[in-house]
Design a protein around this ligand. Structure first.
Ligand code: GDP
Length: 439
């Protein structure tokens, strides 16, 4: 996710840190680089310009120039400004009582609307709700069957009707929802390849007929600025409550995520990070900012872990992260747990410091097997304390597992870096950011 931007930001910060003394001119030059990077990431040009102006002003206000660690202060400022740019977001989904709460999804064809309806239903079930879905995309030929299939997968009722009258389906669907005692109705509406008057007309007729409590626009992050433009057009017609940005897992640039709020005034509520139905996350601007800056997202990681483990285990992991006391065995346990959670490389990128090192490398079973082999070849003492692993021990470990000493060294380095960063980030809030870039 956003790899190019992460790399660019890091090289800008590194070059600032390397300067020893920083002048106003240095900061200006850095901002030119940042602006270029944002434009390459397909961020709206006005947003990019304003962002750099804000960062520069903040930098001058905080006297980065006089600071002993100008690079670090800049990281903090950029982190704060990125958070501001994408937020604030109220991540709550509000429910009405008595129900049902009607959530309407709109969006262009192919943006992932139907998939998102099912993801959202699954998410709501995990929050103790009893949702049903209404198949009201009568335009795309396979949309109804697709929603029915997805509904079966997650055991959620889907209302369908053989007609071209979208308003009728919506109304009857809500009726069924009330009869069935469901508390949320998720309405999948018509998608077209492009915005046209007919689609907009239909979607607004449906909205008028059933007055949804929340209207979310589903947008494909991979189409960058086009996603932002369509969000603006939809918002002019529909009064959106928020945006659900899909396919962020495949978005190397990040332009849509960074521009949606600034351009439309509407926050991103959820993000889609994969095709599977559990690949939906609440959107938290602060966490996204630290992901973009390559500092990982420990909070989301811990939350995901909590979904998998009992609370006790998750607490232990968090404490270990905070204290920085976990050893190779914990590291391995974590890797395996992450694999179980799916999307190995996407999960690993949530670990501070690991994302950048991974680059585009996809960690698969073989990769975990390799780590496991190396770790098993270590003594208990070495597993607890990587500092004890000298060059000769590296050679011994490598012989023991049939790897090269370099491979052992590289695992130790990744482990140390991620452990140190976790300690800093999870214990210190913004203070924890200090020192990250000098690592
Ligand atoms: P619709 O036309 O808007 O209803 O789109 P679909 O729900 O049929 O989705 C179009 C394609 O995008 C499908 O192949 C989905 O599996 C895929 N898709 C949806 N959301 C995501 C996501 O968050 N990540 C990825 N990688 N693919 C997604």
């Amino acid at each position: 996710m956003f790899d190019a931007l992460t790399q660019k930001f890091n090289s800008v910060f590194k070059s600032l840190s390397g300067k020893g003394k920083i002048t106003e001119a240095n900061v200006k030059e850095a901002m030119r680089e940042v602006r270029k990077a944002l434009l390459e990431a397909d961020v709206n040009y006005k947003v990019a310009k304003q962002f750099c102006k804000d960062v520069q002003e903040a930098a001058m206000g905080q006297e980065v120039v006089k600071s002993l660690h100008p690079g670090q202060v800049m990281v903090k400022i950029v982190n704060d400004e990125l958070t501001k740019l994408m937020g604030p977001v109220d991540t709550q989904v509000y429910f009405v009582s008595p129900g049902p709460t009607i959530i309407m999804l709109a969006g262009l064809q192919g943006c992932g609307k139907t998939t998102t309806a099912a993801k959202l239903a699954k998410y709501l079930i995990s929050k103790g709700k009893k949702p049903m879905m209404i198949a009201d995309d009568l335009q795309r030929p396979a949309a109804i069957d697709q929603l029915v299939t997805l509904g079966e997968q997650i055991d959620v009722e889907v209302y369908t009707e053989d007609t071209k009258d979208a308003v009728r389906v919506a109304k009857n669907g809500i009726k069924r929802c009330k009869q069935g005692g469901y508390d949320v109705a998720i309405l999948d509406t018509a998608g077209r390849l492009h915005i046209d008057e007919e689609m907009m007309g239909e979607v607004s007729d449906v909205a008028k007929a059933v007055t949804p409590h929340q209207i979310y626009l589903v947008c494909d992050a991979m189409i960058g600025q086009d996603a932002v433009t369509s969000a603006k057009e939809f918002n002019d017609r529909l009064e959106l409550d928020g945006v659900i940005l899909t396919k962020l897992d495949g978005d190397a640039r990040g332009g849509a995520a960074l521009s949606v709020k600034a351009v439309t005034g509407k926050p991103i509520k959820f993000i889609g990070v994969g095709e599977k139905l559990d690949k939906i996350e609440e959107f938290h601007p602060d966490r996204m900012a630290s992901r973009i800056l390559g500092m990982g997202d420990v909070v989301t990681l811990v939350e995901k872990a909590q979904e998998q483990y009992d609370e006790e285990e998750a607490k232990k992991m968090q404490t270990k992260m905070q204290k920085g006391t976990f050893g190779f065995d914990d590291f391995l346990k974590q890797m395996k747990a992450m694999k179980k959670m799916g999307g190995m490389s996407s999960m690993l990128k949530l670990l501070p410091g690991v994302g950048q090192q991974l680059g585009n490398m996809d960690i698969d079973d073989g990769e975990i097997g390799k780590m496991e082999g190396i770790i098993h070849s270590m003594t208990e003492e070495e597993r607890r304390d990587p500092e004890t692993i000298s060059a000769s021990r590296r050679r011994r470990i490598a012989r023991g597992c049939g790897r090269t000493p370099n491979e052992v060294a590289s695992l130790v380095k990744t482990f140390k870096r991620s452990r140190d960063m976790m300690k800093v980030v999870s214990s210190g809030g913004m203070g924890g950011l200090k020192g990250l870039m000098s690592g």
